[in-house]
Design a protein. Structure first.
Length: 319
């Protein structure tokens, strides 16, 4: 979700309540607003669906010393204000919006103290994740706020039927509905959203080293997951109070993925990656990855079609 101005973020958008917390706003333009109500469907609020504003004003990231991750591709990146889901999209939220729950992990694999409906949805194709964002927007805000379209003129909204047919969507960046994060937005949020803090440079949240022991506090990965997904929000969040940015399930981003991508421009605003690829970006690693593969800097691409996403490892979060 994006905002046209800081005022709009502060006043609230699409009937969400935003409150300013008591912590100070530090470098990087971090907004201390949290959506405390979450998403309601047919008047019923759903658990673990809140959003957090990552930045409330246009923010410039100096990338001249970046060597890893998506920011290592550029000299400078400007990001517009945006909010991000505090949690990965749950099976409950997905099934409330879409015709079915495609997840591989069901109650037969549930950990005893967890809630099945609050595990992350997975086995979702990139096309289905895009269609979900539009369906959620239409049900909670109205069709006019939809972000994805079937045509370059942005006249026909992208639907679940389009996703089933693997039709290529077009992204209207001026719209304020729910959407997938761009890779730059995802990494900025994963790294804590504050370039002045030490943890901006850390591969692992909460620690400057590369310790899998420390990582267990923040992520479900090969050392602690029992090779299954887990209820969202069980681990320690990062600086922005975002949970499961590492591990549990990999998360779709909007961008095409090209391993050896060389940008045409090195100073960019709201970049969306390569225009010449088949794969789409997934970030964050998953329950069977090593802690290094769940790093804030680890970049992976995957085919967007359903037939390649039947292994229970890929989900997403909304912006």
């Amino acid at each position: 979700m994006i905002y046209a101005s800081d005022d709009e973020a502060a006043k609230g958008y699409a009937d969400y309540t935003w409150i300013k917390d008591s912590s100070s706003t530090s470098g990087g333009g971090i907004a201390n607003y949290t959506d405390t109500n979450g998403i309601s469907i047919s008047g019923s609020p759903l658990t673990n669906t809140s959003l957090v504003t990552v930045i409330s004003e246009e923010t410039y990231i100096d990338c001249s010393e970046e060597v890893e991750g998506v920011f290592g591709l550029y000299l400078g990146v400007t990001l517009s204000p945006f909010a991000m889901g505090q949690y990965e999209v749950t099976q409950e939220l997905y099934q409330a919006i879409m015709p079915k729950n495609p997840s591989t992990f069901n109650a037969d694999t549930l950990t005893s103290d967890e809630i099945q409906e609050l595990r992350p949805v997975e086995t979702v194709s990139w096309y289905e994740a895009v269609a979900f964002c539009n369906e959620l927007t239409e049900q909670t805000m109205g069709k006019s706020y939809c972000v994805y379209y079937t045509d370059e003129s942005h006249s026909t909204e992208y639907t679940t039927d389009d996703a089933s047919n693997e039709k290529l969507p077009y992204f209207d960046q001026s719209k304020k509905g729910y959407r997938l994060p761009t890779e730059a937005e995802w990494e900025f949020a994963a790294r804590g959203g504050d370039t002045t803090q030490d943890d901006w440079t850390w591969a692992i949240p909460g620690n400057s080293g590369n310790s899998s022991n420390v990582y267990s506090n923040y992520a479900w990965f090969v050392d602690n997951s029992n090779t299954i997904t887990h209820q969202v929000g069980k681990k320690t969040p990062n600086r922005l109070d975002l949970y499961d940015m590492a591990g549990n399930v990999q998360e779709w981003c909007w961008d095409y993925y090209e391993e050896n991508f060389i940008p045409e421009n090195l100073e960019v605003t709201d970049p969306t990656g390569s225009e010449d690829s088949v794969s789409r970006v997934i970030r964050g690693g998953y329950y069977y990855d090593s802690h290094s593969n769940c790093s804030n800097f680890s970049r992976v691409g995957w085919r967007p079609d359903p037939l390649t996403n039947a292994d229970g490892t890929i989900g997403f979060r909304i912006c």
